[in-house]
Design a protein around this ligand. Sequence first.
Ligand code: PRP
Length: 286
Amino acid sequence: MKKLSTIKIAIPNKGRLRDPSLELLKAAGYRFRIKERMLYATCSNAGVTLIFLRADDIPLLVASGIVDLGITGQDLVREKNAKIKEILPLELGKCRLCVAVSDNFKYKNPASLDGKRIATSFPNITKSFFKKNRAAIDCLEMSGALEITVGLGLADAIVDIVETGDTLRENKLRVVEDIGTYQTSLIGNAKSALSPEVKQIRRRLEGILIARRYSMLEYNIKKELFKKAETITPGFEAPTVSEIDEAGWCAVKVMVEKKQVIEVMDRLESLGATAILETEIKNCRL
Ligand code: PRP
């Protein structure tokens, strides 16, 4: 496999994806310094250069091989119809792309918007959604501030990203259709996806993502109850069981999804487990 000399990773230069992307790379061991208005940053401990670009330019720059990798939204990849290879979904920036209308608009189905104007920064996805639903719409392409268009009478509906729904509520809009759900991904192209350096980047990031999702749980349990305890804590792979001084007892170490930890602790305690401890996993390779 041909080596790629320095891996160029495109990172969103602003917006909600930028800081979480940089934090993730730092957690995975990449060292770099970001200065105000810098357009790129070189890693001091790896052959990696971060290039700060607009999130919506990243899919096509990665697809064309101008940069090797990119961190951007799956929504933008789809909108740009970019021929990329998804390397790793990053569990960040989860959002929905929705059709929203004003609270008092009488909406039944997409045909309710036939002949209407829809403001969006996702014109391709929007046109294809309404075409599929046989509604002829007038697509008003904008790059931001979509929510105010309906109140001002510039558009009848919008197709936009919804995360918490606060922006819609503030503007007296409501979701009437979900077009898709997306998250942030590490993307590459046919060439970079196969390179050993990119595989290493993927493994490092994956280690952090798993560590963020799981806790380590330790407990002692009577050996005769271990099988029952194992059904409560099957682990990422399998629990590690070791002998302890107390006759008839064993110690168990197992990964548990963070969102389930409290309930799992309750169940283990009811079963008779003792010394149940939760610890953070900082990083891992599984
Ligand atoms: C997006 C989207 C909405 C807002 C929705 O904009 O365009 O304005 O987030 O989020 P909410 O449901 O949590 O209120 P973003 O902040 O990404 O900035 P942008 O306008 O530059 O795309």
